[in-house]
Design a protein around this ligand. Structure first.
Ligand SMILES: Nc1nc2c(ncn2[C@@H]2O[C@H](COP(=O)(O)OP(=O)(O)OP(=O)(O)O)[C@@H](O)[C@H]2O)c(=O)[nH]1
Ligand SMILES: [Mg+2]
Length: 305
């Protein structure tokens, strides 16, 4: 069954892809079997992460970017970590479903993942979904995530190019977010440039983050989308030329392997935690007959760490 699914996914079969995505979302062991045989066929797609606060226009931008990539004859896969994120929070009915115009296009595949469960689980599912779309031959894969901050998906561990989407009039926030931004963002996008304050925001961003390119867009009317895709492509071409892209590929594989390892260790640990012997140790620690530091050494040695 998994050999059939692999073949169909490699052919770009939409139903097979959908079936695999469900296995991935549910963390089914069957997904791993398929992903193993798909893996040699991955590594070709350009993976772009679009992140930013709620409502800044990420889905609207992805909608415009997808249209632009389709114009350039590139196939596109779109992933979002929350089903609602592909829908606008706006109340206008006609405005509700972002990306609607791409649903009928066989060159575009759209899928969202429920954010239930641990954050690590969402990252793993997203990463596997990227592999699936990559193997299915998508030229570009775009992932939408909410960020930056808190315990969100670490998007820069999953993609080649990170777009951080901002909106005008966020001077104070720019100061607050200064740390970390240049580490994760490859491009800063000031969306809603049709609203007042865009020029000032761009100036502030350029002053604060001199090494990161800033692009302005108005996703709602398509302004700047072509330039945004040009900037993304420029970043890709330049990073291939200067070796940064190869380094990113290495880094992503490293993150993936370490994440897988971490998950397995955590599962083993969780299994051990159910051990009644552990409760006995904890009881003695609570009674101050044992100390947690020594017990850590004892347990870690038992687990072989
Ligand atoms: N004025 C203006 N409004 C925009 C622009 N882009 C998006 N919007 C509106 O902003 C609202 C949110 O847009 P979305 O694309 O759903 O934003 P999002 O970042 O994907 O939202 P979440 O997924 O809920 O975080 C919608 O009402 C859009 O119509 C823009 O360039 N200008
Ligand atoms: Mg959205």
């Amino acid at each position: 069954m998994s050999a059939d699914l692999t073949k169909q996914v490699l052919r770009g079969d939409i139903r097979a892809l959908a079936a695999l995505m469900t296995l991935i979302e549910n963390h089914e062991p069957a997904a791993t079997a398929v992903l193993k045989s798909l893996f040699p066929h991955t590594g070709h797609a350009h993976v772009i992460g679009v992140t930013g606060a709620a409502g800044v226009g990420k889905s609207s931008l992805i909608d415009g970017m997808t249209a632009e990539y389709r114009k350039r004859k590139k196939s596109v896969g779109i992933l979002a970590v929350d089903p609602s994120s592909l829908f606008s929070s706006g109340a206008l009915l006609g405005d509700r479903i972002r990306l609607r115009r791409h649903f009928a296009d066989p060159g575009v595949y759209i899928r969202s993942f429920a954010t239930r469960g641990a954050t690590g689980g969402v990252s793993a599912a997203l990463r596997n979904a990227i592999h699936a779309l990559d193997a299915a031959g998508k030229d570009v894969v775009i992932a939408e995530t909410i960020g930056v901050g808190q315990d969100e998906v670490e998007i820069d561990a999953l993609v080649h190019t990170v777009l951080l989407v901002l909106v005008p009039d966020m001077g104070d926030e720019i100061q607050a977010m200064k740390a970390g931004v240049t580490e994760i963002a490859d491009l800063l996008v000031v969306n809603k440039a049709d609203l007042p304050g865009a020029d000032l925001t761009v100036q502030q961003l350029r002053a604060a983050f001199s090494t990161v390119e800033v692009v302005t867009t108005a996703a709602s009317n398509g302004d700047g989308i072509e330039q945004l895709v040009d900037a993304i492509e420029k970043h890709r071409v330049e990073s291939i030329a200067n070796g940064e892209y190869a380094h990113t590929q290495f880094r992503l594989c490293r993150e993936e392997l370490l994440d897988l390892l971490r998950q397995r260790v955590m599962r083993r640990l969780a299994a051990k935690m159910n051990d009644p012997a552990l409760d006995e140790i904890v009881r003695r620690i609570a009674e101050r007959r044992l100390d947690p530091y020594t017990q850590l050494d004892v347990i870690a040695e038992k687990l072989g760490f």
